[in-house]
Design a protein around this ligand. Structure first.
Ligand code: PXL
Length: 267
């Protein structure tokens, strides 16, 4: 039996809802064998209002993990999550080139929920310079898309399209910008641009849901689908179903956070 394989280069979210935990759960649910190159460990502090504390993994250790997977095993698709430093972004770019990786999904994690400023400006800058042009798919949220497109902000559909066009022009093959719950109205809009057509995807906002880890989960579902040989449209459709279902089944973890239900097909 063929087992399709995917790798995530991401941080660990100790609380289990985002990061490589979200990625692995999503890969598993979609029938793909998941592997990880861990970039950092994020611990949440219950004595400091659930503040996210980031503990980076040494770069040589990350390199070793990439060699294990890419030289030692191989995989059909990869995705990136929290990279956290310009040096690591550079390592990822070099790795994509070295192994001639094609199914590359970049989730340009620059902000965490509740924080509206870019966390590590040098890493964000390196992502713009080195990863946009190597991405088959990129899945920025509004803040990340504005940064990548050198725009002061994005507040409507036209600006989403303008950002998508710029990011595409800079080399990313398929740009998917997610508004999530950030635009007014009752729809969670998504803009997809393939260099020819803009597609507006209208999804109902799922009220009362917890969305911690939604970006990771969405891009992981695209990655798993690409690993299985699905085309971009089918991959995106799978990811849209998966995330909607995960949001509908989301639940409270504690007074600070909730988590997605990563088991879409067993609602
Ligand atoms: O959702 C962004 C994100 C990505 N990766 C890790 C995280 C978070 C948010 O908490 O902890 C490891």
């Amino acid at each position: 039996m063929t087992m399709y394989k995917a790798m995530t280069i991401a941080g660990s979210d100790t609380s289990g809802g985002a990061g490589m935990e979200a990625d692995l759960k999503t890969f598993q649910e979609l029938g793909v064998y998941g592997m990880t190159a861990l970039t950092c460990i994020v611990a949440q502090n219950p004595n400091a209002d659930w503040a996210h504390e980031i503990y980076p993994i040494e770069e040589t250790t990350i390199e070793k993990q990439l060699t294990t997977i890419l030289q030692g095993i191989g995989c059909e698709a990869i995705k990136t999550g929290m990279l956290g430093s310009a040096a690591l972004v550079e390592l990822v770019a070099n790795t994509i080139d070295k192994y001639n990786l094609k199914n590359v999904v970049i989730d340009p994690v620059m902000v965490c929920k509740g924080i509206d400023t870019i966390m590590v400006p040098e890493a964000a800058k390196a992502t713009k310079e080195l990863l946009v042009k190597r991405a088959l798919v990129m899945t920025p949220n509004l803040l990340e898309a504005a940064y990548l497109a050198d725009m002061p902000g994005i507040t409507n559909v036209d600006e989403m399209k303008q950002a998508a066009a710029t990011i595409h022009d800079n080399g990313c093959r398929y740009v998917i910008i997610k508004a999530g719950d950030r635009l007014p109205g009752d729809e969670a809009l998504e803009i997809v641009y393939d260099g020819k057509h803009f597609t507006e995807k209208h999804h109902p906002k799922i009220s009362g849901s917890y969305n911690h880890g939604a970006g990771c989960t969405f891009s992981a579902a695209i990655t798993a689908s690409l690993a299985k040989g699905m085309d971009i449209n089918a991959s995106l459709e799978t990811a849209e179903h998966f995330i909607a279902s995960a949001l509908r089944g989301s639940f409270c973890l504690n007074q600070w956070s909730g988590a997605l239900k990563h088991c879409a097909w067993r609602e």
